[in-house]
Design a protein around this ligand. Structure first.
Ligand SMILES: C[S@@+](CC[C@H](N)C(=O)[O-])C[C@H]1O[C@@H](n2cnc3c(N)ncnc32)[C@H](O)[C@@H]1O
Length: 352
């Protein structure tokens, strides 16, 4: 347990995080959290001729519905779907990308051929997965919302692989489609009630050939949904790939909750529509990546922004043995230099 609290911190090596990984020891190709340029162009193209004011009003209504605990039921038309995509897709894309980067760090040799994007919305998870995995060839999107699925199809029309995506809208589709190597459910399970969620979890796992990624907002409620799903699927034989370095019960207790943040640039259209002032935002998210095969686990996860002081770096870590408050003293120059670069959410490798 005390491994990280004493000088054996020398054995912890920082792995890379996007988008800048210069000078880090390990080089896994990480995907940028910014929307791909062809997706940005497709969104801009859809905006042509539409009133920004109208879009802004629709986006505000959708956001209010979500804040009040509602769901995407208010997204009824293609313009609603576009308003949703402009204000939320960059952030959910950035969160999914951060999770896929964590998956790639843990399993750099993963080459999924097929993707099932459940609750796909405008196709966010599919775009992020297509960027992360050049191996992906088959994309199946499921969503009960016709307007969002239509938008997903339109946005991907010119993409070399995504344009061949297939869709289903009927709620039973999840039990009928072929299992996929990679299944993504991003910002979906919060839209379901407790009883349905338990079943949905089983149904998602039943369609997972190799790896399942579930992402939720980085709120205490989002985290609760993630750990409930995680526990349920570990019972069913799943193994955690990320963020946890173990399959044990989550060691955090209230008021703590496990969540991470991804910074992303705001689109010009997003700034106009949302009336936002800053050119960037931080998307907070909770997630779990589960696999049918046990993943190699020689890492600890940085659970909060480290405190970089003149005397030492202090960081809260989730390790294979539980929580640790690592302190890396400045007098240990190489270890301190590495620890200075630790980032919230990053996997740091324990080589001991
Ligand atoms: C918050 S949006 C997230 C969209 C996208 N995954 C993302 O991350 O940007 C949730 C999506 O889940 C869909 N959804 C809700 N319940 C569903 C269900 N039972 N089956 C399929 N899709 C569902 C909604 O229609 C909506 O498109």
């Amino acid at each position: 347990m005390a491994r990280f609290c004493n000088l054996s911190v020398k054995c912890i090596i920082a792995q890379n995080l996007p988008p800048t990984h210069k000078g880090r020891e390990k080089t896994v190709a990480m995907t940028s959290p910014s929307l791909p340029s062809d997706l940005r162009a497709a969104l801009d193209g859809k905006l042509d001729g539409l009133s920004r004011q109208d879009i802004a009003a629709r986006a505000a209504l959708i956001s209010k519905t979500y804040r009040d605990g509602g769901n995407s039921i208010t997204i009824k038309s293609e313009v609603d779907a576009l308003a949703y995509a402009l204000v939320r897709m960059p952030a959910t894309y950035a969160a999914v990308t951060a999770c896929l980067n964590a998956l790639l760090e843990a399993r750099p040799d993963l080459t999924p051929q097929s993707l099932l994007d459940v609750g796909a919305g405008p196709g966010t998870g599919s775009w992020a997965a297509a960027e992360a995995f050049a191996s992906l060839r088959q994309f199946m999107l499921l969503d009960i919302n016709a307007a969002l699925l239509t938008l997903a199809r339109d946005l991907s029309r010119d993409h070399p692989r995504l344009s061949a995506m297939t869709y289903r809208r009927d709620p039973a589709a999840l039990d009928e489609v072929e299992a996929a190597d990679l299944v993504i459910a991003s910002y979906l399970i919060g839209e379901t009630g407790y009883a349905e969620r338990h079943q949905l979890t089983e149904r998602l796992w039943a369609r997972t050939r190799d790896t399942l990624l579930v992402v939720e907002p980085g709120t205490p409620a989002g985290y609760q949904r993630i750990i409930a799903l995680r526990a349920q699927l570990i019972e069913s034989g799943a193994h955690v790939v990320a963020p946890c370095p173990h399959d044990l019960e989550c060691p955090l207790s209230k008021p703590d909750w496990c969540h991470f943040a991804q910074r992303l640039p705001r689109l010009r259209a997003h700034i106009q529509v949302k009336g936002a002032e800053l050119p960037f935002e931080d998307e907070k998210f909770s997630y779990v990546v589960l696999s049918r095969e046990p993943a190699p686990r020689h890492f600890s996860r940085v659970l909060a922004p480290p405190d970089v002081g003149k005397v030492e770096v202090s960081a809260r870590l989730c390790t294979a043995d539980g929580l640790e408050n690592a302190k890396v003293p400045r007098r240990d120059k190489p270890a301190y230099a590495k620890a200075r670069r630790w980032r919230w959410g990053e996997a740091v490798v324990d080589k001991s």
